[in-house]
Design a binder for this molecule. Structure first.
Ligand code: PMP
Length: 461
């Protein structure tokens, strides 16, 4: 069945405004209507099975059929379907989750604020950085630095943090006070012969120059994903965060780790901060906290920051930030069950065990004429497709080579995602088994060859 031909697809095209989608293309090609999931697979309405190489949107850590999460939600809906955490109330289950999160967080996290999405968590962190500096009597210390190619979300503040053109062009963003530092990508950014360490030092020096040029008294926080996700699955060069942290410490700039993708096991540790030696003042997280089964995010702050907020409340009264659904009991119950399952099954050990299958499988294709770089860590990785391996020149974006790859992979039964710059991302459910990873890689390798034939036939390379 052609994707656009089903009744469900036609209804969708008539009524749905799709998020983060080429609206003209989806009208032409139709949506892929997914109706059910099982393990690491999803099924479309015609019954075709796909291995989900992206865990949906980097989030379904436990795959698509974990009944315990459904039962946890159901139990919680019967016991207390909604309650809030404003003005001194709290659902018991949300307290339990806050305690649990502080327990698994990197050292130094003291308090948890809940929100519904990664964007909201990052928006909250931006506001927190402003509020915190006002509380400390530093009204000018308000600028936020993130990196080009960062993805931090799409609300006004989080889209401003994001460093990708599609989040800014024609959206009148970034807002004032948002600055973007260089992307840490050794393969593209390093000078010939420059080691990862030397490159990392150069980036840290550049960051220091930026802070000095702006004035340290005007810079509040630095936002960073441990591994940059939607900007291209960019693993930081060795010692990068260590050197960046030294600069931030020198000028009293907060380190805010966006763990929305890396949090809860993606890189083989509970948090990406642990994998890369980051010492965050604030952590934002979401996605795999509930395995994506319920919308929920969190902003964790150090005890030091929390104390400043509490002091400020003594003067101002209300801490004036919170959402109706902050700490909603149903996603809280699902998050607790998710974390319990991660522990019972020792999912971190599983990720470390199977990660080499993904990483070696991706790198095994590094010789392919179209693969510029194969990269990744843990259960996240990518192929960057290029037109010319010697010069690293990419394809004309209009040729949509990456989108053709995704189509070819989908026809073979694998769902993968193309990121800007013809980068093919891999981020499967954490529960994926070795044989399933091999199946995913085989589909991807087939799609790569097929796409290469198409590229040659079209004269694109
Ligand atoms: N931060 C990162 C690192 C993300 O990958 C995402 C979403 N892909 C977000 C923030 C935004 O999360 P949400 O889509 O839930 O708003």
């Amino acid at each position: 069945m052609d994707q656009a031909d089903s009744a469900a697809a036609r209804r969708d095209l008539a009524f749905h405004l799709h998020p983060s989608t080429n609206l003209a293309l989806v009208q032409a090609e139709g949506p892929l209507v997914i109706s059910r999931g099982e393990g690491v697979y999803v099924y479309d309405e015609a019954g075709n099975r796909y291995i989900e190489g992206m865990a949906g949107l980097w989030c379904a850590g436990l795959g698509f059929s974990e009944k315990r999460l459904a039962e946890a939600a159901y139990r919680q809906m019967l016991a207390l379907p909604f309650y809030h955490s404003f003005s001194g109330k709290v659902p018991a289950i949300s307290t339990e989750l806050a305690e649990k999160l502080v327990g698994v967080a990197p050292e130094g996290m003291g308090r948890v604020f809940f929100a519904n999405s990664g964007s909201e968590a990052n928006d909250s962190a931006v506001k927190l950085a402003w509020y915190y500096n006002n509380a400390l009597g530093r009204p000018d210390k308000k600028k936020l630095i993130s990196r080009r190619k960062a993805y931090h979300g799409v609300t006004v503040a989080s889209a401003s943090l994001t460093g990708l053109a599609f989040a800014h062009s024609d959206w009148d963003l970034p807002a004032p006070r948002f600055l973007h530092a260089e992307t840490p990508h050794h393969w593209r950014g390093a000078r010939p012969g420059e080691s990862e360490e030397a490159y990392a030092q150069r980036l840290a020096d550049e960051l220091e120059r930026l802070i000095l040029a702006e004035g340290p008294d005007t810079v509040a926080a630095f936002f960073a994903e441990p591994v940059m996700g939607a900007g291209g699955v960019l693993v930081p060069p060795a010692t990068y965060f260590e050197r960046v942290q030294q600069v931030l410490g020198k000028y009293d700039v907060l380190m805010i780790a966006d763990e929305v993708i890396c949090g809860f096991g993606r890189t083989g540790n509970m948090f990406g901060s642990q994998t890369f030696g980051i010492r965050p003042d604030v952590i934002t997280c979401a996605k795999m906290m509930t395995s994506g089964y319920q919308p929920m995010s969190a902003m964790m702050v150090s005890q030091r920051i929390y104390s400043v907020l509490e002091d400020q409340s003594r003067k101002l009264g209300v801490f004036g930030h919170g959402f109706t659904y902050s700490g909603h009991p149903v996603p809280a119950a699902v998050a607790l069950e998710t974390l319990a399952i991660y522990e019972e099954r020792d999912l971190l050990a599983h990720v470390r065990r199977v990660a080499p299958v993904l990483q070696e499988g991706l790198r095994a294709m590094a010789d392919h004429p179209m693969v510029g770089e194969a990269r990744g860590v843990g259960l996240i990785g990518a192929w960057e497709l290029v037109r010319d391996k010697a010069t690293k020149a990419g394809f004309d974006p209009k040729a949509a080579v990456g989108a053709q790859f995704v189509r070819n992979a989908q026809r073979r039964g694998a769902i993968l995602r193309v990121l800007p710059g013809d980068i093919i991302a891999f981020s499967p459910p954490l529960v994926i088994e070795e044989h399933e990873l091999r199946e995913l890689l085989a589909h991807a390798a087939g799609a790569l060859d097929e796409t290469w034939q198409w590229v040659k036939a079209k004269g694109l390379a």
